[in-house]
Ligand binder design. Structure first.
Ligand code: ADP
Length: 516
């Protein structure tokens, strides 16, 4: 007879007795060591950087399956006892919720042990990976075999993974940086335990799963991204052939107001693919934040003062804006495009710099490595700016037009200022769109400051959505609120799909604001 167990937190609506039964069945299936319910083990999944209480995102435990069959069997037990699971792949998702679930009491479904690289095809430049594969692992696999292929990874790249990042619609900095666009074929475990292969994957004996995205009939892959309609257990990726020439560059501009002409200059070059990767336009404090600590320059109330920003810029030789992008292709193509690009930036007063002038400048080298898909952890430095471990990304989308920049900047600065936070931000020109990425950094150990950060983030969401700006991604604390900004019909359709595919609501309730 098993001992009756005590649980400090239970999934919503599940009795202690039923949860205990479910845990017993999970242990029989996976082995005790892969069912984590002890406080210390669970704590490693509960760490968050968000401006809300830990309790709001406290998991009840974690499951660590090793195979697709394990995941299918887990679905069976979850349905039987109504235990919800929150899938993570490498579980980093920093500033977007880390590994913790959207609502308390869910069990984290940690897929890190499903970490095989199933295929890398150097002719077709494709890969097929499991959820636990990290960018570092794939990078090592490629370099050990000397394959002429480049990855595209998000900023803190080494420890995150291509599957988790892609299904959460993360971005990277190479020409393949729109990760979901460059994915091809998924395997998904559905809530009823069926295994779906999207695209060409359903054809027995087909070898086209990783080369033709659309398959036949409705294109389903989208409903498994930023979503809770299934658990993705394999993902196909397109990899970039290593270009013969790569020229990363930086352009420095002296005034905040220069952002208008910067974006106007970038747009046509970007749409025509003369610049083929997302262009980052980093504000001075973003540049400073990874090396400079705020309190060395400012200890007063409110946002950091203009005088302090000017001092940081002077001492660290920073522009108001630093533009980063790269050219890729044959040496001849790159040379030709460089004439056009450098001329365009010079004609609007930019200081155009390349490896020749910048050498091993660490900030430039960091950006250059991101743009060729090399591994780095550097952006974590931003978290030292204010200290105290609080970070929440605010990421509204706009058209790639200069006229969008100053009004968004003023709106953000006014709201951040009202609550005493700093404008630590960059604009990223994707293709025709622009993401304004603002890191709301705060001291999470100070309860009053954390509450102010929460109020500030809510106001940012409210005021930006009133102006017609929606977020491309958000963290677990604001998923419902952001879903509401996209209107009731979208929410209704998503709920209907959710109820049809997962009638007991066992997969990630609350992800992107979707509940049954
Ligand atoms: P990374 O470590 O690359 O940041 P995560 O593993 O944290 O990525 O995944 C980011 C988010 O994507 C998770 O919080 C979860 O909502 C979703 N997700 C991750 N893996 C899966 C999966 N295999 N199936 C469905 N959704 C997933």
């Amino acid at each position: 007879m098993k001992m009756k167990r005590e649980f400090s937190i239970l999934p919503e609506g599940v009795t202690s007795a039923n949860f205990g039964q479910a845990i017993n069945e999970f242990e029989t299936l996976l082995g005790k060591e892969s069912v984590i319910i002890n406080a210390e083990g669970v704590a490693s999944y509960a760490k968050i950087m968000l401006p809300v209480d830990d309790e709001a995102h406290q998991p009840s435990g974690a499951l660590v399956p090793r195979s697709v069959e394990d995941v299918q069997a887990i679905m069976g037990i979850c349905n039987k006892y109504r235990v919800p699971v929150w899938p993570i792949s490498t579980g980093k998702n920093l500033g977007y919720g880390s590994a913790a679930p959207a609502t308390p009491g869910q069990m984290v479904l940690d897929l890190r042990k499903m970490n095989r690289i199933l295929d890398v095809d150097a002719d077709l430049c494709t890969a097929l990976v499991e959820p636990g594969v990290t960018f570092q692992q794939l990078h090592d696999y490629i370099s050990e075999r000397n394959l002429p292929l480049w990855l595209s990874c998000p900023a803190p790249s080494a420890i995150a993974g291509p599957l988790g990042n892609t299904v959460d619609r993360g971005i990277g900095y190479t020409p393949y940086g729109e990760h979901f666009l460059f994915s091809c074929g998924m395997e998904v475990v559905m809530a009823d335990g069926q295994v779906l292969k999207t695209g060409m994957g359903g054809i027995p004996n087909s070898n086209t799963w990783q080369v033709f995205k659309w398959g036949y009939g409705p294109y389903l892959d989208g409903i498994f991204t930023q979503s809770n309609m299934g658990i993705v257990t394999k993902l196909g990726l397109w990899l970039m052939p290593a270009p013969p020439a790569f020229k990363p560059f930086m352009v420095r501009f002296p005034d905040d107001g220069d952002i208008v002409k910067i974006v106007e200059t970038i747009r046509p070059l970007r749409i025509a693919q003369v610049i083929p990767n997302a262009v980052v336009i980093a504000h001075a404090l973003w540049e400073a934040g990874s090396t400079v600590v705020r309190k060395d320059y400012y200890t007063g109330e409110g946002s950091i003062s203009d005088t302090a920003i000017a001092q940081i810029r002077r001492e660290h030789n920073l522009g108001a804006w630093s533009v980063y992008a790269g050219l890729y292709g044959t040496p001849e193509q790159v040379e030709l495009n460089w004439k056009m690009v450098s001329q365009a930036f010079k004609s609007i007063g930019g200081e155009v710099l390349t490896e020749t002038e910048l050498g091993d400048n660490p900030v430039f080298q960091y950006r250059a490595s991101l743009m060729r898909g090399d591994m780095t952890l550097r952006e974590f430095g931003l978290y030292n700016w204010r200290g105290g471990g609080g970070s929440s990304w605010f990421a509204p989308v706009s058209q790639a037009r200069g006229s969008e920049t100053l009004k968004q900047m003023k709106l953000a600065q006014d709201i951040l200022g009202e609550f005493g936070f700093d404008y630590v931000a960059e604009f990223v020109v994707g293709w025709r769109d622009m993401h304004h990425i603002i890191d709301l950094l705060f001291d999470r150990t100070n309860v009053a400051e954390r509450e102010r950060a929460n109020a500030c983030f809510n106001k940012l969401l409210d005021e930006f959505s009133k102006q017609g700006y929606g977020s491309y991604r958000t963290n677990t604390a604001y998923m419902k609120k952001v879903a509401e900004t996209f209107g009731p019909v979208k929410q209704d359709v998503e709920r209907k799909i959710k109820r049809a595919l997962d009638p007991n609501g066992i997969i990630a309730p609350g992800k992107s604001g979707i509940y049954i």
